[in-house]
Write a protein that binds this ligand. Structure first.
Ligand code: FES
Ligand code: FES
Length: 172
């Protein structure tokens, strides 16, 4: 029987070096969930349509169901929802979602948070339209999106207040 080819990869997942030996076409979603025990990224459609599996690859949101091991070189930084709470932005976003009533069944929320986090990394004062555009690839069947968009805008305001308070503290 012919041995299945494997690729060796070393990635930085949520800040930790992870070494893997996997089939080149193994989906990142399966690697995260089955091989690394990171169950936060969800499988909704499995076809790149719903955004439930969104993670950040080198700071960019990507759907893990359509990304395979062979496409991700050594040294790539991957951030999942499990690593988000280790960032100030992630914590503020999560608090804003909870306090703003933006979560119903919760299935879409990990992907939403990752897409929102990627937005806030690049745009500290997003407009409502910016938020809607950034979340356009993330489907939610429960909320109607209104509270999700409001929560991202609230998190952006809160982050700016925090940064202002920090810089005033440094100057004092
Ligand atoms: S499960 Fe990946 S986009 Fe839907
Ligand atoms: S909260 Fe249920 S799918 Fe979004």
């Amino acid at each position: 029987m012919k041995a299945v080819a494997r690729v060796r990869r070393t990635w930085i997942v949520n800040g930790e070096e992870r070494k893997l030996s996997v089939a080149p076409m193994r989906r990142l979603l399966d690697i995260l969930r089955a091989d690394l025990g990171l169950y936060g990224a969800k499988e909704g459609c499995g076809e790149g349509e719903c955004g439930a599996c969104t993670v950040l690859i080198n700071g960019e949101p990507r759907v893990a169901c359509l990304t395979v091991a062979a496409q991700i070189p050594d040294g790539t930084e991957i951030l999942t929802i499990e690593g988000l709470a280790d960032t100030a932005e992630g914590r503020i976003l999560q608090e804003a979602f909870v306090s703003g009533g933006a979560v119903q069944c919760g299935f879409c929320i990990p992907g939403m948070l990752m897409a929102a986090y990627a937005l806030l990394l690049n745009n500290s004062e997003p407009s409502e339209e910016d938020v809607r555009r950034a979340l356009a690839g993330n489907l939610c069947r429960c909320t109607g999106y209104v509270n999700i968009v409001k929560a991202v805008l609230a998190a952006a305001r809160r982050l700016n207040e925090t940064h202002r308070a920090e810089s005033q503290g440094e100057q004092a």
